[in-house]
Structures are given as structure tokens and as C-alpha cells.
Design a protein around this ligand. Structure first.
Ligand SMILES: [Zn+2]
Length: 319
């Protein structure tokens, strides 16, 4: 596990001149601020008909509410080919003052047209690397991704997943970018670490494991945090996953085990419905105040400021 870090300034010093790659350029991690480390302003999937997040004006309202509650940064985990709004992200960041980090990568195959997907399998690592170093497709010139999003399957990793994770690892090795992982109902995280870190040589601290609180197995969570990977406790907006039921017990167990420096928080708002119930601002108006009450003010700052800056700071390779 990495050494504890107590402030964003120490993150900057410890990273040796690294930066968070936002849609408006590379940022000193000390400037990143209060962060929703897993969310979505834009998202489109055939699995979520009628729930598309595709309206820049609605995204701007979300960001303005988030900023009014003290939010300064948001990480969008929407990968390539899912309507991630690349054309709108820089303007939204400028208009609202919220730092935005965009993703490359691919989700599970169920979210794509099979023909479209088949055409992208060749050169996948090159695609991810180009989006991290040159720019996102369908974005204004020079708008780059700051992380790679991939996805596991339910209690396992299928052929599509293995292919995408191999490409993500290759893009990581070319750039240093972190890899953020969707776990189906919180499962298969150990398989993901075996594949990404064991087989493909990605350092565990460059992996962000998402959705683990959909499977409230605290013994497993302690083991995963002990590997050095980050655990993103995301989804208070996802009523059907009951993540709120476990959030504070999970945080308490991991803090007591010495893993406070591995924890991230996110809203993971993926649908229009979720935006209204209650959306990303909930992290700041409800979750953070309760962290303050139960654990003291240092922990909320660590989970919302220090850890996300550290997880996303990379000494980006020159390209
Ligand atoms: Zn998500």
C-alpha cells in the first residue's frame, strides 16, 4: 500500500510533477479539488432506452448544482462509443468551472452494436492510447481522456472483456493512465486484478475498482484494498442497487483496516431518472456531512480531495 498522503499539495509533491489530464488540459493535482470520482454527464446504451444522458443543458445544470454544493471536479467514466459528449465537455468545464476528466476504453459488449464493435477490435490499444495522448474522437482538437474505462462480467471475465483489458493494459503501459473498472454487481474484482496486474503487469495503484459496494463482502474489500488498488464506492443515486445500505459500514471497515488512502466516492448517475434521485450533489450534501460527523473532517477531505487527485495523477509520457 502507498504511504498516507495528507493534502493535495503533498499529492503534487509526491507525484513528482505529474498531472491530472482534464478535458481542458493537464492540471496540477493540488488544483483538482472536491471530486466526484465516478459519474456520467453523457451516456447512451441500447440497454437503457429512453434514459439517455445526451442534453448539454441538463449536464450543465448538474454541474452548476454540484459546484454550488462545493464540487470542483468530476470524472466521467463513459467510455468510447457510448455517447460520452466529447463535443460538449470542454465548454461545460469552462462554463461551470468544474474540472472534467473524460474516459477512453470500452464497456461490456452488450452496450454496443456487434458490427461496430467487431470493426474496432483491431487496433484497440492504439485507439485507447490515441484518445489519451492526441484526443477523443468527435471532440474539439486536443481534448484528451484522463483514464481508461473497462468492465468485468458477472463472476467472471469473458472473451470481449479479456480483449479489452489487454488493450487497456497496453495503453496504460504506453501512457501511465489509470484503468477504471465496472464490476457487474460488484463481482470478479479478484479476477480483474489477476488479469490486469498479474498477467499484464499494471501496477495495482493504477487500477480503480468500481461498484464494489454492490457486493458488500467486507473481507474481500479489505483484501482488494490491501493489493494497493483504489476502491470506488459509487452509486448513491442507484436506488435499485441498495448501495447506500452498506456505504458507511464499508468505509468504517476499510478505514479501521488502514485503507483510508484507497477509497474514492462517486455518484455514478447513468440515467435521467437517477439525476432526479438525487444525483451527484448528494455526495456533498448528504454523504460528506455524515463522514464529518462520524469520522471527523479529515476523512471526507481524504476521500473527496486527496485520494482522487492521487488516483488520477500521472507522469504522462510525452507523445
Ligand atoms: Zn458508471
Amino acid at each position: 500500500m502507498s504511504a498516507p498522503v495528507d493534502s493535495a499539495a503533498e499529492v503534487a509533491a509526491g507525484a513528482g510533477g505529474g498531472a491530472v489530464r482534464t478535458v481542458l488540459g493537464d492540471l496540477d493535482p493540488a488544483e483538482f479539488g472536491v471530486c466526484d470520482a465516478h459519474d456520467h454527464l453523457f451516456l447512451r446504451s441500447p440497454r437503457l432506452p429512453g434514459e439517455e444522458l445526451d442534453d448539454p443543458a441538463a449536464a450543465e445544470r448538474v454541474l452548476r448544482d454540484f459546484a454550488a454544493a462545493g464540487g470542483r471536479a468530476m470524472v466521467q467514466w463513459t467510455p468510447h462509443g457510448m455517447g460520452r459528449g466529447a463535443f460538449a465537455l470542454p465548454g461545460l468545464a469552462r462554463a461551470t468551472g468544474v474540472h472534467l476528466v473524460a474516459a477512453t476504453g470500452l464497456h461490456q459488449d452488450v452496450h454496443y452494436d456487434p458490427q461496430w464493435l467487431a470493426e474496432r477490435y483491431e487496433g484497440l490499444a492504439e485507439l485507447f492510447t490515441a484518445e489519451l495522448t492526441t484526443g477523443l474522437r468527435a471532440a474539439p482538437a486536443g481534448v484528451r481522456a484522463g483514464l481508461i474505462k473497462v468492465a468485468g462480467d458477472y463472476h467472471g471475465l469473458g472473451p470481449h472483456t479479456r480483449r479489452v483489458m489487454a488493450a487497456a493494459a497496453e495503453a496504460h503501459h504506453a501512457t501511465g493512465a489509470p484503468i477504471a473498472v465496472h464490476h457487474e454487481l460488484g463481482t470478479a474484482a479478484s479476477d480483474v486484478l489477476d488479469l490486469l496486474c498479474g498477467q499484464h503487469g499494471v501496477p495495482a495503484h493504477r487500477v480503480i475498482l468500481g461498484h464494489l459496494n454492490r457486493l458488500p463482502d467486507l473481507r474481500l474489500h479489505r483484501h482488494l484494498a490491501g493489493s494497493g488498488a483504489y476502491l470506488a464506492l459509487d452509486g448513491p443515486s442507484r436506488a435499485h442497487h441498495a448501495t447506500d445500505h452498506h456505504l458507511f459500514d464499508t468505509v468504517a471497515a476499510l478505514v479501521e483496516a488502514g485503507h483510508a488512502d484507497r477509497l474514492l466516492l462517486g455518484g455514478d448517475t447513468t440515467t435521467r431518472t437517477a439525476r432526479h434521485s438525487p444525483g451527484p450533489t448528494h455526495l456533498l450534501t448528504a454523504v460528506a456531512p455524515r463522514l464529518d460527523r462520524e469520522f471527523g473532517p479529515d476523512l471526507a477531505r481524504r476521500l473527496l480531495v486527496t485520494n482522487p487527485a492521487q488516483a488520477l495523477t500521472v507522469r504522462w509520457a510525452a507523445h
